[in-house]
Write a protein that binds this ligand. Structure first.
Ligand SMILES: *Cc1c(COP(=O)(O)O)cnc(C)c1O
Length: 238
């Protein structure tokens, strides 16, 4: 087998395992709706993205613009591109050139920058508001229940909802390190229920990664973001 065939077989086996885990979690939760798998390909080459697309993966996530932009240029519209990392406002124009979904919006000012970027490209970009589950603004995420005019979840969601070049699609969260994911995702489900009163069509809930996707699916995740369980352990922090 060529190196390419070996890698394809490895990715196919990993993908089958991850899809089986998602299906088992859906069944255990009594869910009949779909859960979308977002393959987080950070630190892995564009050739892996192409192999995953061949294997039927439709959605790909990246967390750094410098890495994502050239991969998106190489692969193009074969997959939907999700930006999942902390984002500086000065990258908004670059990211909105290729991202179909920005999952990590956590402030009014970032929403405004993305709106300008998307409008400049003549595009409409889907946005998820990233929710802070530990209240630590340094780790990213808008603050639920906060009236902070920039970092509060309500103000950030309103800013996206009112932005002509953005579409408010839902919420995203990362479980805090070192805490049981069930408690965090139960909290997220409560935040999402309150959010849906004001934004009933913004139904995406992106939660769960390689180690905690079962917990996230049991608490209503519509999208899971899986990196290492699909592609292998990353060799540098991404
Ligand atoms: C890297 C990353 C993931 C995937 O993490 P794994 O543990 O490798 O599955 C998911 N979400 C975000 C925001 C990430 O940065």
């Amino acid at each position: 087998m060529s190196a390419d065939d070996t890698r394809r077989a490895e990715l196919a086996a990993n993908l089958a395992r991850v899809r089986a885990r998602i299906d088992a979690a859906r069944t255990a939760a009594g869910r009949t709706d779909e859960v979308t798998l977002v393959a987080v390909t950070k630190t892995y080459p564009a050739t892996d993205v192409a192999l995953l697309a061949d294997l039927g993966v439709t959605d790909v996530g990246e967390n750094r613009d410098q890495e994502a932009a050239p991969k998106a240029a190489a692969i193009g519209g074969r997959v939907r591109w999700h930006f999942v990392g902390q984002l500086q406002r000065n990258k908004a124009r670059s990211v909105t050139a290729y991202a179909d979904v920005v999952q990590s919006v956590d402030s009014v000012r970032l929403a405004a920058a993305l709106d300008r970027g998307a409008a400049g490209h003549g595009r409409v970009v889907d946005v998820l508001i990233q929710v802070s589950l530990d209240g630590d603004p340094e780790r990213g995420g808008a603050l639920p229940g906060s009236a902070d005019p920039d970092r509060g979840l309500g103000p950030a969601a309103e800013a996206v909802a009112g932005a002509p070049a953005l579409r408010l699609a839902g919420l995203m969260a990362v479980a805090p390190l070192g805490a049981p994911p069930d408690a965090a995702f139960a909290q997220l489900a409560e935040v999402a229920a309150a959010f849906h009163v004001d934004h009933p069509t913004a139904t995406v809930l992106s939660a769960g990664m390689s180690d905690d996707l079962e917990s996230a699916v049991s608490h209503g995740a519509t999208h899971v973001r899986v990196g290492s369980a699909l592609l292998g352990k990353r060799h540098y922090l991404g």
